[in-house]
Ligand binder design. Structure first.
Ligand SMILES: CC(C)(COP(=O)(O)OP(=O)(O)OC[C@H]1O[C@@H](n2cnc3c(N)ncnc32)[C@H](O)[C@@H]1OP(=O)(O)O)[C@@H](O)C(=O)NCCC(=O)NCCS
Length: 168
């Protein structure tokens, strides 16, 4: 199966909703991550979709955010069509998304997810209390990755996604 990874475009919106509903189920809007993303500005150019034969089979979204004096992308949601999971696509999609984030001048990437999955890309748990979200998250699941040497040093405090009306 030939799969390509492309920047997200507004025309993908409905297909992404279908993949997210199928991958996460009805509880997906209850996550603390959704509170971060409410009213936030999606970075289409750094988000990635996985496409196969004209069909959208996965997505990985990126949300620019201020964290203390630094700037980070908040990554997620990440999902692969459940019929196509466990064949390496999720890992390839994350790699493609991180490649797009490098060289942007941002300090790092932050996400809430399973450490067993994300450690392979270099993500590590954020020391407890160092970065805060608008609700409780399990400490081990809040993770970060530097996008440049020393990038993590500037990331401390509440994570505030850029608002939809804000320009970078
Ligand atoms: C997480 C997700 C994007 C991974 O995509 P994928 O294409 O299945 O992942 P890959 O095939 O690249 O697998 C990567 C690894 O994760 C493991 N894995 C994938 N899904 C898993 C799951 N639900 N539970 C446990 N392990 C899982 C795979 O076994 C593989 O491990 P390995 O490389 O050690 O064998 C996909 O499973 C998904 O959409 N899940 C539902 C939504 C979700 O949980 N998103 C992430 C929120 S943190």
């Amino acid at each position: 199966m030939a799969v390509t990874f492309a920047p997200e475009h507004p025309v993908h919106a409905a297909a992404i909703e279908r993949v997210l509903d199928a991958a996460f189920g009805p509880g997906r809007f209850a996550k603390v991550s959704e509170r971060v993303r409410e009213g936030a500005r999606l970075d289409y150019a750094r988000s990635r979709v996985a496409l196969s034969g004209g069909r959208l089979i996965g997505c990985c979204r990126m949300w620019p955010a201020q964290v203390g004096t630094g700037r980070a992308f908040f990554l997620g949601p990440l999902a692969i069509d459940p019929r196509l999971q466990r064949s390496g696509l999720g890992a390839q999609l994350v790699e493609a998304t991180l490649a797009a984030a490098r060289g942007t001048g941002f300090d790092g990437v932050i996400l809430v997810g399973r450490p067993q999955f994300f450690s392979r890309f270099g993500f590590a748990p954020i020391p407890a209390g160092r970065v805060t979200l608008p609700g409780p998250v399990e400490a081990q699941r809040l993770q970060w990755l530097a996008l440049r040497p020393g990038g993590l040093e500037r990331l401390a405090g509440p994570l505030n996604a850029f608002r939809a009306a804000t320009r970078a």
